[in-house]
Design a protein around this ligand. Structure first.
Ligand SMILES: *[C@@H]1O[C@H](CO)[C@@H](O)[C@H](O)[C@H]1NC(C)=O
Ligand SMILES: *[C@@H]1O[C@H](CO)[C@@H](O)[C@H](O)[C@H]1NC(C)=O
Ligand SMILES: *[C@@H]1O[C@H](CO)[C@@H](O)[C@H](O)[C@H]1NC(C)=O
Length: 447
């Protein structure tokens, strides 16, 4: 009745407003009468609690979880778009959720979601793979490459080379502190190390020389006139096209979870047809397409280089090269197994998916851990002293000499510092699981 009268007066604005009001009432009616209620922040229709996360910034998502736990206790729920997420902080329940057995009901990381198809090739890799065999296939290649001694040796070498460049620059900076001709005399260590890590990860995954550190330092501490800083600046000027690609790739892979989460958690019609939402949707899809385009260009290029190089030539051991070589004639330890599951090489789409996930998952997280570690070491002077003693004992006074694996193994106190930092300030404090069949997670009576 109401609707037909509104239509007669052809006042579309009130029709839409009325429908909207009805929708909102219905939404909250359903919300307040939901089964198995748990405490949690009040969601908004369609977007759930996404706005709170967006306000805090993606870098602070770990903090958000700690905040929710403080507010609501060990069991709570929130809404990722229209999807309800239940969080438990109970260690005993975790055992069941992360059970490594193949018979577990909680193998999947996220529920079935038809929106994933919109991600295109960006949904390749490990996280989005919904079949156990596919997941295992990709993981096996990744762990084989990362664990290989050649990769580890290359990592240690690249890290020290890059650090040399960075520390020359930082030494220079600290010697200029107080120089009145400089505007900024404070070094932002967290931001510097973030670009340092970005370069290291880009190099170790794609083999490309990263330009983030030079870019960051050049823009924040313009030292072009000092001869000590020439090496870094020259490196960046001589290779500017490759540098720009690496900077763009860093930016895209860092934003990957925002782009995918947006597409993953909001209903299709909202993203495609509602102004504002559709604009952002386009931006996310463009980013994903561009990421895919850059990665696949790099993969093709490397593949050609390998094919055109002599068979006995020793190739550098970055992740891309190792993944391309895995299970080909040039792989000295091909994975053979009885089911024949892992005997083929990977396709470029599979490799692209893994490179993307590794870049995304490590740049931010390693920087986070570095930042927290430095913070805790400086906060506790006795820890700092003991750590300095350990450095002196293992490396002696010649801090310029290269560090070897044997040295690293001796750093027991540093290990302890790192474990404690990870405990106090985990870079990713959540593990996501979805049940494949109906299962019961029992909360204790008191809750
Ligand atoms: C899961 O992995 C397998 C093996 O790489 C692949 O064939 C399949 O397309 C993947 N599934 C998704 C959704 O990416
Ligand atoms: C997309 O995701 C939302 C939220 O999880 C879900 O409600 C919807 O069914 C999914 N699929 C489509 C096609 O919108
Ligand atoms: C680094 O850690 C400190 C202490 O936990 C924190 O206050 C700061 O926001 C962190 N910086 C970044 C960029 O993460």
């Amino acid at each position: 009745m109401l609707i037909s009268r509104l239509l007669l007066t052809s006042d579309w604005t009130s029709v839409i407003l009325t429908l909207f009001a009805v929708y909102i009432s219905f939404y909250y009616y359903k919300y307040f009468s939901r089964k198995n209620k748990l405490p949690g922040p009040l969601p908004l229709p369609l977007v759930g609690n996404l706005i709170e996360v967006a306000k805090l910034g993606l870098d602070n998502v770990p903090k958000w979880f700690f905040l929710l736990r403080e507010r609501y206790g060990d069991y709570f729920e929130f809404y990722l778009g229209t999807q309800r997420i239940v969080v438990t902080c109970n260690a005993e329940l975790m055992d069941k959720l992360v059970d490594p057995s193949t018979k577990t009901n909680f193998f999947k990381r996220h529920p079935e979601n038809s929106n994933i198809s919109e991600l295109g090739y960006n949904a390749h890799g490990i996280f989005f793979n919904q079949t156990f065999e596919g997941w295992k296939f990709n993981r096996k290649f990744l762990s084989k490459s990362l664990m290989s001694p050649k990769f580890q040796a290359e990592l240690l070498q690249q890290q020290q080379e890059l650090f040399c460049d960075a520390s020359n620059y930082l030494d220079l900076l600290s010697s200029k502190i107080g120089d009145e001709s400089l505007e900024s005399t404070k070094i932002n260590l967290a931001a510097t190390m973030l670009s340092f890590n970005a370069d290291l990860i880009i190099k170790m995954t794609t083999g490309k020389t990263g330009g983030s550190l030079a870019h960051y330092l050049k823009n924040n501490y313009p030292f072009e006139n000092y001869k000590e800083s020439k090496r870094l600046i020259q490196k960046s000027n001589s290779n500017s096209a490759a540098y720009e690609i690496s900077i763009e790739l860093t930016k895209l892979t860092r934003g990957w979870s925002t782009d995918t989460m947006y597409i993953f958690s909001l209903p299709k019609w909202l993203r495609h047809y509602v102004p504002g939402f559709s604009h952002f949707n386009k931006k996310c899809l463009n980013n994903l397409q561009r990421t895919f385009h850059i990665l696949h260009g790099i993969i093709e290029e490397r593949k050609n280089e390998i094919e055109n190089s002599p068979k006995e030539m020793d190739l550098e051991s970055n992740l891309l090269t190792l993944l391309l070589l895995a299970n080909t004639e040039r792989d000295p330890d091909r994975m053979i197994d009885t089911n024949g599951e892992f005997t083929r090489p990977m396709t470029k789409y599979e490799i692209g998916g893994i490179l993307l996930e590794v870049c995304h998952g490590s740049i931010e997280e390693i920087s986070w851990v570095f930042n927290s570690t430095v913070y805790y070491i400086l906060k506790f002077p006795h820890v700092q002293n003991q750590f300095l003693e350990e450095i002196e004992k293992i490396l002696g006074f010649d801090l310029a000499r290269p560090i070897t694996f044997e040295d690293l193994k001796k750093f027991k106190y540093l290990d302890a510092i790192l474990y404690e930092t990870l405990r106090l300030s985990p870079p990713l404090p959540v593990v996501g699981r979805t049940n494949t069949v109906v299962d019961e997670i029992v909360l204790d009576e008191s809750s």
